[in-house]
Design a protein around this ligand. Structure first.
Ligand code: JFZ
Length: 479
């Protein structure tokens, strides 16, 4: 994984991925992989065709939903630090006790139509939902393992089947997150270290001990096969997570052999075993320069947890969320924004409200986001802090400047004005030559007075922004 130092962020995963996947040339990849992946074999044109919908989508919904929504961040009356879906690990809950949550999980308010309609109202084009997280609980009808929502809960329904059908009905792409490596309730499944859990397994219950390859053969691979074949339409995305060093190239290749049978599938860079997958997955941050020349997707929480936590109300504002979406689009990436439904099956109101507000902005300004290209202007939009450092790594922290961003389409540059410059906007446009200008939120698209003098452009603007968060100025370049 060849990334600029500034893009590195601290985590076990990053270092493991870096160790497992040294920078390699495209031709060398095939040789290094026991099974050549689709990415090793396809032509650039085939890859463009496979990635086309994803590159145009720009905005997706991540859903973390599982048994952990029942304790919702509290165990034995004590609030547990950390993200909600990690409660089993963070509170060292024995396997047998965790499994007792299943009979308590009855999300009768779950409404696939409403969830998909909300994603659609938000302007999202795809959904990725946890089919099994690190706790090993399958949120679908799995014949491969009985610890699942159909067999182990009073709910008995397969919400993923309902969501897949709804997504198709409402025209959204649909995919599965699957924790292929960590599994804290299946013998042999891996566990990342938290607290005082001891190496080499970091298990906290003997019931977790076993053989990793056997776990893969008995549970993870059969479940992946179910997910790839039992759903109509077949999933558009498989989102792997947290590989460990136990995921050798040989073991990872067994996953690749399964996904290779699905030539339209897109999968991320978290399988392990040195397979780069299709997409870079920066988490909880937006890299300063994006990943030029690569497909990438920032995944992010709306508050500070992925899985529902009753105590976490620290929600980002709609303004921050819209600016993040624009910032990401201006660097050519996608935004996979998370919701954490509760144990009754409801997406928290604070999350739904923000999503609807983003959707209202996109209703007017979506043209500047969907299928857009990155900024035509040079330079990173921000600076490295002289005082603040990244956590753990100690590198200067990237501090974005939130004044404006730009996205592009053929013949157009969209200047997203976060800070209203007053009645005159001056821009150093370099090679970009504007022939005319208007505001996207102006239904008349009335032309704005404009003066271009070499590299510098001056546009006359109204006194007030048309949108308090982001008013989009369209520059028509004619080419
Ligand atoms: C992983 C999961 O452990 C987490 O529960 C959630 O599903 C999230 C989307 O993915 O968490 C990670 C993965 C990678 C890093 C940090 C947390 N990382 O690279 O810093």
């Amino acid at each position: 994984m060849k990334v600029k130092p500034s893009l590195l962020f601290t985590s076990v995963l990053t270092s493991l991925l870096a160790a497992a996947a040294p920078a390699f040339a495209a031709e060398a990849q095939t040789a290094a992989h026991p099974v050549a992946a689709i990415q090793d074999k396809e032509t650039p044109a085939q890859r463009d065709a496979r990635m086309a919908w994803w590159r145009e989508a720009r905005f997706g919904m991540f859903i973390h939903w599982g048994l952990y929504a029942v304790p919702a961040g509290v165990w034995n009356g004590k609030p547990i630090d950390g993200v909600g879906e990690w409660i089993m690990n963070d509170a060292s809950i024995p396997v047998a006790d965790y499994k007792k949550l299943a009979p308590q999980f009855n999300p009768t308010q779950f409404d696939a139509h409403a969830w998909v309609a909300l994603a659609k109202a938000a302007g999202m084009k795809y959904i990725v939902i946890t089919s099994k997280h690190h706790d090993g609980f399958a949120m679908y009808d799995s014949k491969a393992d009985p610890f699942n929502i159909v067999q182990a809960t009073p709910f008995k329904r397969d919400p993923l089947k309902e969501l897949a059908a709804e997504a198709q009905k409402q025209g959204l792409k649909f995919g599965f997150y699957y924790s292929q490596d960590q599994d804290w309730t299946a013998p042999g499944g891996a566990a990342y270290k938290t607290g005082n859990h001891a190496p080499p397994t970091f298990h906290w219950d003997k019931a977790q001990d076993g053989n990793f390859a056997e776990y893969l053969h008995k549970k993870a691979l059969p479940q992946l096969k179910e997910l790839l074949t039992n759903y109509q339409p077949a999933p558009a995305v498989i989102w792997y997570d947290t590989p460990t060093k136990d995921m050798t190239p040989e073991l990872a290749s067994e996953f690749v052999a399964l996904t290779n049978a699905h030539p339209n599938l897109i999968w991320n860079n978290r399988l392990g075993g040195g397979y780069p997958g299709d997409t870079e997955t920066p988490e909880q941050h937006i890299p300063a320069q994006g990943f030029p020349g690569k497909d990438w997707e920032t995944c992010m929480t709306m508050n500070e947890t992925w899985g529902y936590k009753s105590t976490d109300t620290n929600f980002k504002s709609t303004e921050v969320l819209i600016r993040n979406l624009v910032d990401i689009a201006s660097k050519g990436g996608n935004y996979l924004l998370n919701v954490g439904p509760d144990a009754t099956g409801v997406i928290p109101a604070a999350e739904a409200e923000r999503l609807r507000e983003i959707g209202k902005w996109l209703d007017v300004n979506g043209e500047s986001i969907y299928a857009s290209g990155p900024t035509p202007f040079a330079g990173d939009h921000g600076s490295y802090s002289a005082t603040e450092k990244t956590v753990g790594e100690g590198k200067p922290k990237w501090v974005p400047k939130w004044d404006w961003r730009a996205t592009t389409k053929k013949g157009k540059v969209y200047v997203h004005l976060f800070e209203w410059p007053g009645t005159t906007l001056k821009l150093d446009t370099g090679k970009v030559k504007a022939k005319s200008a208007y505001l996207l939120a102006d239904p008349q698209h009335a032309p704005l007075a404009l003066k271009q003098d070499g590299k510098s452009l001056e546009v006359k603007l109204p006194e007030k922004p048309l949108d308090p968060i982001d008013t989009v100025l369209v520059l028509e370049t004619g080419s």
